[in-house]
Design a protein around this ligand. Structure first.
Ligand code: FAD
Ligand code: EPU
Length: 337
């Protein structure tokens, strides 16, 4: 299994950071991965598992081994009268997978349309959008444990999914390489249009009785309007998570800032970080080549040749300013390397 030296990573991260990896291995199957884990290059270097690079900010060259997941393939591994179990290899790109399922009338992933990245990374932060989360149609995954090279299966409960969080960002962090994910899809799915402006979008499309293909189309339309296309403007989606606070904190903030956008839930309230950042004056701000997107203040962008350090400096200033104004500490969603 070939390992390449001094490889550029610009095309392997959606921020478009012009950095390189000391070693890069493209892994197509379990045998290749096992071979790599037994090699001295693996033993002698620190390493990073890289999918589509759409949730990562590189702040410099990576002086170690990047393990890029490139395993492809999908297989129906079970079926009932109303469910399909689809096993997907880690390197399959996410949005074509969603399109594949929608085309066959298998519902569950359509609200997660157009999210960049790979299937294998989707459980890491339990990707979510437009009223759905990965956990809603996740069945299980297979991951290789780095310490002993053994494959292990994880159920939904074992993955400990939460908002933008899972076991693989907590106790399981850096210990496993996800090789495949099995989804449980619904053959007779009713559309999920709970999320605010999804209904409006469907109405503007003249769609009165939406199916899952319409939901996919509506989600794509909204996303294309709001979120920058990484091919045109480097970014990693939301740079920060939406902060979650208790009802007491929320009530006090709401008194001081009546216009604040928030989503009350059971015992906790999720605040719209985009609103906090915009109201703190950051929307559309540019510091050299690093900037805050003009349509979505939660998205930091690379206007061309920004460095990771430049994006990070901007992120830190935003965090300080939000903390100063609201007493809320923003937490990055993006992995900073
Ligand atoms: P990477 O960025 O390559 O990696 C992310 C993390 O997962 C890293 O810690 C990496 O080490 C780890 N990892 C990757 N592959 C594996 C593996 N096989 N095994 C173990 N660990 C692994 N996210 C959302 O949740 N909702 C959105 O709506 C959304 N919209 C976005 C819009 C844009 C324009 C962009 C650029 C990003 C958006 N994101 C969104 C963030 C991102 O697309 C997701 O987090 C996606 O799942 C990351 O996948 P990736 O393959 O690019 O992962
Ligand atoms: N808002 C502003 N100003 C802004 C941006 C947002 O005031 O510049 C307010 C608006 O009131 C808006 C509200 O914030 O109604 C929420 O904004 P939006 O619907 O765009 O969603 P978000 O909370 O900013 C989250 C996810 C996105 C996901 C969308 C849609 C997080 C951190 N982000 O964004 O996920 O696509 O909801 O469900 O939870 C990602 O994780 O990378 C990502 C893009």
């Amino acid at each position: 299994m070939p390992v390449e030296h001094n490889q550029p990573l610009k095309k392997l991260n959606t921020f478009g950071m012009d950095v390189s990896a000391r070693f890069l291995a493209r892994i197509r199957n379990q045998e290749e991965l096992s071979g790599l884990l037994a090699s001295s290059i693996y033993r002698d270097n620190h390493h990073l598992v890289l999918g589509g690079g759409s949730n990562i900010l590189f702040t410099g060259d990576f002086d170690g081994l990047v393990i890029h997941m490139d395993a492809r393939g999908m297989e129906v591994v079970g079926e009932t009268s109303h469910q399909v179990f689809l096993k997907v290899q880690a390197g399959e790109p996410w949005d074509p997978l969603v399109a594949f399922c929608v085309d066959r009338g298998w519902g569950g992933l359509e609200n997660l349309s157009l999210i960049p990245g790979q299937a294998g990374s989707s459980p890491v932060q339990n990707i979510g959008a437009y009223g759905a989360e990965l956990k809603d149609c996740f069945h299980s995954l297979e991951a290789l444990e780095k310490d002993n090279g053994k494959m292990r299966e994880f159920s939904r409960e074992e993955c400990q999914f939460k908002y933008r969080d899972s076991y693989f960002k907590q106790e399981g962090r850096d210990r496993f390489i996800i090789m495949s994910v099995t989804f449980c899809l619904n053959k007779a799915a009713g559309p999920n249009t709970r999320y605010g402006n999804l209904d409006e979008e469907l109405e503007s499309m003249g769609c009165r009785r939406p199916g899952i293909a319409h939901v996919r189309e509506a989600v794509c339309r909204i996303r294309r309007r709001k979120l920058p296309d990484p091919q045109l403007l480097g970014n990693a989606g939301s740079f920060f998570k939406n902060p979650v606070v208790g009802h007491g904190t929320y009530s006090k903030l709401k008194e001081r800032f009546p216009g604040m956008v928030a989503y009350p839930g059971a015992g906790q309230v999720k605040l719209a970080a985009g609103w906090l950042i915009e109201q703190a004056g950051w929307k559309g701000v540019r510091q050299g080549e690093a900037g805050v997107h003009s349509e979505q203040a939660l998205v930091l962008v690379n206007h061309g040749n920004a460095s990771g350090a430049g994006i990070l400096q901007l992120a830190r200033e935003i965090m300080q300013s939000v903390e100063h104004k609201y007493g809320i500490r923003l937490e990055p969603e993006v992995l900073i390397v």
